[in-house]
Each structure stands twice: as C-alpha cells, then as structure tokens.
Design a protein around this ligand. Structure first.
Ligand code: SF4
Length: 248
C-alpha cells in the first residue's frame, strides 16, 4: 500500500473515532439546517457513477404515486406522505418503521432528535445524509388518534397489515436505488423485511439478505437516546457494514 493511501485511511479512522465520541445526546444539534436536504452531494465514500441512469425519474414517478396513495387508512389522516430522501445512487439505505409527528409535518424521514443522531452515525461512517438514502416501511404517519395529527405523543408503530400494504413501495425504492447494503433501524423494520419474530437485541449485528442485498439490522436511533449504552453495539454493526462496502 502506498504511503498516501495509508495516511488517508488513518485520517479517516481518526475522524470516525472522533465522530463516534460525539454521539452523546447532549451533543446532538437542534440546528434546523440538519433537517434540510440540499442538492445531492458527493462525499469521499460515495462511489459514482453507476446503476440505473433513470433512477431519479423512476423515484419521482413513484413518489407521485405515494403522495396520491390511499391504499390503507393511514393515507386518510396524514399531513404529508413521507417518501424518502437522499441519493438515488446510494450505496447504503437506512430503513425505519414509519414517520412520526415531526416527519408527518415536514414530509421528511428521520428528523428531530433521533434523526439528528442518525445523521451523526452516518457522518461517523464517512458519509453524509445526502449521500445515503433514508426511507421507512410505511409512508404515512401511524397515529393512536388518527383524527388529530396536531396531537403530540400520538405516534404508534405501524400494524403488520399497514406495513404489508405499503411495503411494495419500499421494495420498488430498493429496486431502483439498488444499494449495496440495507440497514434496518429497530425491531419493526427489521422484522418486516426479514420476516422473523426475533428480538432486535439478537437480530442486530448479523447480516441477513433482502432482495439479494445484504441487510444489517441494528437499533433505532431513538433507542440510543433512551439507552446510550447501545451506541457501541450500533457502531460495531456499522463497522461491519463499512467492511462489506470496502470489499466492494
Ligand atoms: S401508508 Fe402506504 S399504503 Fe398506506 S396510504 Fe400511505 S402510502 Fe398508501
């Protein structure tokens, strides 16, 4: 290995360790800039060009379908369909269970505290929020009281039926983007794709496969906010993902 390549790897590793240290909840920025998606931005870990040349158009068409969808009751009371954000050529796709209050209001997945922590994780891996792709199993906000989208603490997990009706949209997103690795965040999204009843603590950290793509289940960022001790497990899972990406 050339000296320059060696130095680059060392620099990258040092930066990742620093970012990891900054995952503490107190360090999470509440800066609204973090939840705005600017134009796609390449980062050093992003490999271009590749894949489906029409990915952008295909995703736009699919997004229009989702925005008009009323296939399940969640479509009736949502404020915004939350399609997904990021790069159509992403190597990594992060998948959560469904939008919450803030996501419903903004129409964007993973914002707020848990979203900001996910951003930190992504940055620690050497990527940016704009260079990966982030989506959910269901695209509309599951609410305990669906008649009041303005009510706080109204979030609930999507039901298996809701996930099953909406999942074809996610499958299409995965097909278009064709990531190298899928990372499922939390029990619901992991179980929905792997078709298992196993608990997330035993699922995480072990690669599975979905649609012929490697899938790494890990904890949801909200779980890390509740229990910071889980951060080391997530970082261990992310290192396995990075190792797969490096092997190509
Ligand atoms: S959750 Fe999915 S299936 Fe249900 S209305 Fe929204 S987009 Fe359609």
């Amino acid at each position: 290995m050339k000296q320059s390549e060696y130095s680059k790897i060392i620099t990258l590793a040092k930066r990742a360790v620093e970012e990891y240290k900054n995952w503490d909840e107190e360090e999470i920025s509440t800066d609204k800039e973090n939840s705005v998606i600017p134009e796609q931005k390449m980062t050093k870990n992003t490999i271009y060009p590749k894949k489906n040349k029409n990915a952008g158009e295909l995703l736009e068409d699919l997004q229009k379908q989702v925005c008009n969808c009323k296939k399940c009751p969640l479509g009736k009371h949502r404020l915004n369909a939350v399609f997904g954000v990021g790069n159509q050529y992403a190597d990594i796709m992060f998948i959560g269970e469904g939008p919450g209050f803030q996501e419903d209001h903004k129409g964007e997945p993973f914002i707020g505290k848990a979203g900001n922590l996910l951003d930190k994780i992504i940055e620690a891996m050497g990527f940016s929020r704009q260079s990966v792709y982030i989506a959910n199993i269901v695209k509309c906000h599951p609410m305990k009281d669906p008649t009041d989208p303005e009510l706080r603490s109204n979030d609930r997990p999507p039901s298996p039926e809701e996930m099953s009706v909406c999942k074809p949209y996610l499958d299409k997103q995965i097909e278009i983007i064709s990531p190298k690795v899928i990372i499922t965040l939390g029990a619901s999204s992991s179980r929905a794709l792997i078709q298992t009843e196993e608990v997330i603590s035993s699922l995480r950290g072990n690669f599975k496969e979905y649609m012929g793509i490697k899938l790494m289940p890990t904890y949801h960022p909200a779980a890390l906010l509740r229990n910071p001790n889980l951060k080391k497990d997530v970082w261990s899972d992310m290192k396995k993902v990075l190792s797969v990406l490096k092997k190509g």
